[in-house]
Structures are given as C-alpha cells and as structure tokens.
Ligand binder design. Structure first.
Ligand code: FMN
Length: 235
C-alpha cells in the first residue's frame, strides 16, 4: 500500500458501495482540508489510461464558491444558454429517459414536490446550480493537451466515482453533478481555472443532513442480467 494513503479504520467495501447515495442536502459545518486531501489520495488510486492521470481538482469553499453559486444562479435565471466544455446530446430517449424520470420521481416524491408545483420544482433545480448549498465543491478538470481523446473523460469518471465512494467511507456525502458546470465560464473565472484545463464536472461535498428527505433516496439499478453478456462459460 502506498505510504501516503490513510491508515484509519476503513468501512467495508460493500458497505461503502451499497450505502453510498447522492447527497443533495448538507449541514453547514466545514470540511477539514486534510480530510479532503485524504479522500483525494484514495480517489487517485483509480486506474487511468496508461497511468496518465489526466485529471485535476480545484477544491472550493467559502467566498470563491459563493461567487460561483451566485454567478450560476444569475446566468440560469437570466436564461443564458448552457455552456459546457464537452460534448452532450439533445436529451435522453427510451430506457434512458425512463430511468431519468424514475430517479426524478423518487427525489420529488421524497421532497413532497408535486408534479404541477412549478415554484418548488424551480427551487429544486436552482439548488443544483448553488451546489446544493454544500460547504465544498470540487471541480474536476483534465489536461487540455489530451482534448479530443475519450480516455481522459473515462479517467475523470473513474477518479470521480472513487472520490464519492472514498468520501462516503469517511462519513462525507457528495453528489457528482453537471449543474455546477453548466455555466463553465462562471466556474472558470471564479475558480481561476487555467486555460490548459478542460472543465469536466462538479462534485458537491460535505456532511450529509440526515433530515433532508432526498438524501434517503436509493436509486434503482437494472439487473446484472440486463447489463451483461457472458460468453464461453459453462451453463
Ligand atoms: C455524470 C453525472 C452527472 C450528474 N449530474 C447531476 C446533476 O446535475 N444534478 C443532480 O442532482 N445529480 C446529478 N448526478 C447524480 C445522479 O443523478 C445520480 O448519481 C444517479 O441518479 C444515481 O443515484 P445515486 O448517486 O444516489 O446512486 C450526476 C451523476 C453523474 C455520474
């Protein structure tokens, strides 16, 4: 085991993976910087293409994060079109759309937000642009020299998944989100992200508020049988 990894008593792997949920309501308490560094060190054990480790993290709290929340809110309310630094499609269809609606129904149901309650639905969406009022936000970027390759995007996904699980193993909650980077120029300006980095995703991070109903939502998964094909195995 690399010497810079924490040696504290870890949770069992299965408990972390099965227990982790996206957390969208936080206590205001700060998160110590050394704990975030511990979580990042664990996350960075993720595999990456040819061990290139193309990802970087900008960890924000306090005033710079508040400026991003305010900038995102202002732009989204003003109807400024989304501005991301990676390709995205026009919308989900079929099974993907059904799953998207499925988790939205679970979240709105938990929060008691009715289908026709436009004001509360809008509030919920704006919450995402404020990074769910979390005390910390981590912006995931990757080295622009690799722009155009799909591997660094895959590697960002791997390290970010490790990050949210590592956070959970330390009692922290997180939610990977696109909402935080939908106005990427705002993030680039207030987080001082240099031009040699491509902005990929945001992760809100903090201590879960156990009284926030949406935090209890356990999202569904398709079956292994639906996702997998096994070839050459004995019946
Ligand atoms: C790439 C990516 C983007 C996401 N963007 C958002 C987002 O913008 N807002 C949000 O509330 N959740 C977002 N999520 C969280 C997903 O909705 C969540 O992971 C999924 O519904 C499964 O739920 P779970 O994380 O609780 O298991 C995102 C997750 C990923 C991996």
């Amino acid at each position: 085991m690399p010497s810079d990894l924490p040696k504290s008593d870890p949770m069992h792997f299965d408990d972390v993976v099965k227990g982790r949920r996206s957390i969208r309501g936080y206590k205001p308490d700060p998160v110590p910087r050394d704990l975030i560094e511990e979580v990042l060190a664990l996350a960075m054990r993720a595999p990456s293409s040819m061990n290139t480790q193309p990802y970087n993290f900008t960890v924000l709290t306090g005033e710079p994060l508040d400026r991003i929340r305010a900038g995102n809110t202002e732009k989204m309310l003003a109807g400024v079109p989304e501005s991301r630094e990676f390709r995205s499609g026009t919308g989900f269809e079929g099974a993907h759309r059904e799953r998207q609606i499925g988790v939205a129904k679970q979240l709105f149901g938990a929060m008691g937000i009715e289908r026709d309650d436009k004001a509360r639905r809008q509030d919920w969406v704006m919450r995402g642009f404020r990074q769910f009022d979390a005390p910390v936000c981590i912006i995931i970027t990757f080295d622009r020299t690799l722009e155009g390759w799909d591997d660094p995007i895959f590697d960002c996904g791997a390290v970010t998944t490790m990050l949210v699980n590592a956070a959970w193993s330390r009692g922290l909650g997180a939610v990977i989100n696109s909402q935080g980077i939908m106005q990427s120029p705002v993030v680039r300006e207030h987080a001082g992200i240099p031009d040699d980095q491509v902005i990929m995703k945001a992760v809100a991070l903090g201590w879960p508020d156990d009284n926030f109903p949406a935090n209890a939502v356990v999202s569904e998964r398709k079956d292994v049988a639906e996702a997998s094909r096994f070839l050459g195995f004995a019946e």
